[in-house]
Design a protein around this ligand. Sequence first.
Ligand SMILES: NC(=O)c1ccc[n+]([C@@H]2O[C@H](COP(=O)([O-])OP(=O)(O)OC[C@H]3O[C@@H](n4cnc5c(N)ncnc54)[C@H](O)[C@@H]3O)[C@@H](O)[C@H]2O)c1
Length: 248
Amino acid sequence: MARLDGKVAIITGAAQGMGAEHARVFVREGARVILTDVHIAEGAALADELGESAMFVSHDVARNEDWARVITEGEARFGPVTVLVNNAGIIGAIANTVDLAESEYLRVCAINQTGVFLGMKAVLPSMLAAGGGSIVNISSISGIVAIVGSPNLAYVGSKFAVRGMTKQVAVEFGGNGIRVNSVHPGYVKTPMMVAATDEDGGGAASAIPLGRFAEPQELSNLVLFLASDEASFVTGAEFIADGGMTAS
Ligand SMILES: NC(=O)c1ccc[n+]([C@@H]2O[C@H](COP(=O)([O-])OP(=O)(O)OC[C@H]3O[C@@H](n4cnc5c(N)ncnc54)[C@H](O)[C@@H]3O)[C@@H](O)[C@H]2O)c1
């Protein structure tokens, strides 16, 4: 038996990077997966490649009405959603706090923070009806510690918020069999990381005890565990996968 047999999962931001890898792993492990993203062509192509167990729905996580459409279309094809991976996120501008424009702060929060709230709000009724579920919210090590050297208040604030909202919803819905956890990656080789650093991250790997960046698959392994029933007693917790970066 595969590790996600019988699960119906929404993965946001699944057109590329970690979200795409989570989708591949979830389908391989028996889940039916609703991939969502603002990048329509790439997301649809990946869903096609993954076959019958996957579908793509265009989706801006910051828009409540989009969430309603994702749930309606996804459940019409696969049935009640029992797993949500709130993965979509953006970095936004690197700027010191005095120079950070309010509009940029709000743009980052709309996607990274409000998007996670709207996602949980949208799937909870399905999970309540199904008798349980697992929500995995992708934060960052920037939801554990501040970023030294490249100031980004909006990103750090939104990722700390994801960690807090995770605990709140875990406490509210634990009695309903709904588990909620946050994942805190360090540097992972995705288009986001390459865009935010130069090439392979400049000298950043030297600050990582394991001496390298993660492959997306290494984060998928953790997300897979949290989504599966193997994590049946795990909720309200944060999981750091950063090669040891925040250990000192
Ligand atoms: N790559 C890293 O080093 C790293 C480290 C820590 C945390 N993270 C977090 O992991 C998650 C995935 O990051 P990644 O590195 O794979 O990024 P990525 O940029 O490669 O992929 C993110 C995906 O999210 C989608 N997206 C952006 N805005 C969206 C919106 N409004 N609605 C729906 N989809 C949207 C993008 O189109 C893209 O496909 C993000 O939340 C990110 O903050 C990444």
